[in-house]
Write a protein that binds this ligand. Structure first.
Ligand code: SAH
Ligand code: SF4
Ligand code: F3S
Length: 461
């Protein structure tokens, strides 16, 4: 049963003894979504969320292992939390997520003051582990090697009451030679169409406007179900739930983006014209050595298919620079592809060698300095092409889902276009959570600015 609550529960009168949990989340949306499920699970044993670390009875670090920097951050946070624990000995520290999945009991060897270690496959066990740790003097460590055969449905306390994340597939069956994800998230496992549709329906009834389907490889959704289905089938089904105005999905793998998915995005009214399909590199030899399973020409053709069907769709990517053995020329091929495709946005990163991945042991690692030089150069090109893409919106009207107040100004609102562009504009708080029409009048590489059109509210059927 899903317990869909928009806000962290408050302590009720007479319940002052309620325990408080503080949660810090690193990494991808999948981790953010997992944290919401941790909050839902802990609510059932009387923990309510606090934003004040120092008053927490339980401090949770939900970790990411994608790059060395993310992993280092875990230990530096734990060092700081240790000091808090010294002044409040009853407070407990729990570490979950991808670093915990990988390190298991080694984590308590390195940080013996940690009370609980749990992995990505046994999140549903968190309440039991917390109760056990309350009674134990020794750290409680539990990491499963795989997800349970029957996927547990866990309660959730979402941090937004407008947009909701819904995991549809866990794990990844690829073995890209740089990537730790298959190691810490396991094999692909899809939730059923029925379970997901029921969750989306409940979200609609609870007033949510937008649902983002999540997966490390969301375009592989349904390959493992019997009968086999694909993401397009799910979009079509979820598209019948009228109260949800926008459907999104991340992250896609270019190889699995079959035409049926593009067709569904084109035909399902609420499916947003936004494709995050990371190419990683724009060079055939590098792609082969990364074991991505496609070459540049295949990727180009995928983009052509999208743009033929949906000329205004946004296409975004992740890019890695300084992959072992990457030559200057090969790096420049990535730069050229960014210019040629003219991505709407890209997440860029310097290659980071990860344990358990083949490329970490390859000779010809690119020197750090060189990697960062390439990264800086690539970032300027990405900003240029994103700016070019964003300028296409100038003078046009766009439908925006208003997400909240802009952090930079008390009178400004912020929201997104269907193509996932951030748009800031002056407006009244009463518009938060609504679909409005905004006329775009300025653009930078990362966001757009505009003015509310009159009438501003989009008709909602
Ligand atoms: N499943 C997605 C990506 C998930 S990981 C896909 O296949 O595209 C998110 C991003 O982290 C990746 O797209 C990649 O660009 C980056 N990444 C993964 N491993 C990395 C590493 N070892 N060094 C640097 N970046 C890495
Ligand atoms: Fe990592 Fe590759 Fe799987 Fe993406 S497809 S999660 S990059 S192994
Ligand atoms: Fe990081 Fe794990 Fe996500 S390694 S990117 S939190 S799947």
């Amino acid at each position: 049963m899903l317990n869909i609550t928009a806000r962290p529960s408050e302590t009720k009168p007479g319940e002052d003894a309620a325990k408080r949990v503080y949660i810090e989340t690193f990494g991808c949306q999948m981790n953010k979504s997992d944290s919401e499920h941790m909050l839902g699970l802990l609510d059932e044993i009387g923990y309510s969320q606090t934003a004040n670390l120092k008053s927490a009875d339980l401090m949770i670090l939900n970790t990411c292992a994608i790059r060395e920097g993310a992993e280092d951050k875990v230990y530096s946070y734990l060092g700081a939390w240790r000091k808090i624990k010294e002044s409040r000995p009853n407070a407990m520290i729990a570490v979950g997520g991808c670093v915990a999945q990988d390190a298991g009991s080694n984590l308590v060897k390195r940080a013996p003051y940690v009370d609980i270690v749990f992995g990505t496959h046994n999140l549903h066990r968190l309440p039991e582990l917390v109760l056990k740790a309350q009674k134990s003097n020794a750290p409680v460590v539990e990491v499963f090697q795989e997800l349970p055969e029957d996927l547990p449905e866990t309660p959730v306390i979402r941090q937004s009451d407008i947009s909701a994340w819904v995991s549809i597939i866990y794990g990844c069956d690829y073995n890209c030679t740089y990537c730790i994800v298959p190691y810490v998230r396991g094999r692909e496992k899809s939730r059923t169409l029925e379970v997901i549709t029921q969750e989306v329906k409940e979200l609609g009834e609870a007033g949510y406007k937008e649902v983002t389907f999540l997966g490390q490889n969301v375009t592989a959704y349904g390959h493992d179900l019997d009968p086999k289905i694909h993401l397009g089938d799910l979009l079509r089904r979820a598209g019948t739930i009228d109260s949800i105005k926008r459907l999104r999905f991340i992250t896609g793998h270019p190889r699995d983006l079959q035409e049926g998915i593009i067709d569904a995005v084109a035909e399902v009214e609420t499916a947003c014209e936004y494709f995050h399909i990371p190419v990683q590199a724009g060079d055939d030899r590098t792609l082969r050595r990364m074991a991505r399973g496609y070459n540049v020409d295949f990727y180009r053709k995928q983009v052509e298919k999208i743009r033929k069907r949906l000329p205004d769709a946004a296409i975004t990517s992740d890019l890695i620079v300084g992959f072992p053995g990457e030559t200057e020329q090969e790096f420049m091929n990535t730069v050229s592809l960014v210019e040629e495709i003219c991505f709407d946005a890209c997440n860029t990163a310097a290659y980071s060698p990860r344990q358990h991945t083949p490329s970490a042991n390859w000779e010809a690692q690119v020197p750090e300095e060189e990697k960062y030089e390439r990264l800086r150069f690539l970032n300027t090109v990405v900003a240029e092409v994103s700016h070019r893409r964003n300028k296409r919106y100038l003078g046009k009207s766009a439908e925006i889902l208003v997400e909240g107040r802009s952090e930079k100004s008390a009178t400004r609102l912020t929201g997104r276009t269907r193509t996932n562009k951030i748009v800031n504009f002056e407006g009244d708080e009463s518009l938060i959570g609504k679909l409005v029409t905004v006329q775009i009048d300025s653009a930078n590489p990362w966001a757009l600015r505009g003015n509310l059109r009159s009438p501003s509210l989009v008709e909602i059927s």
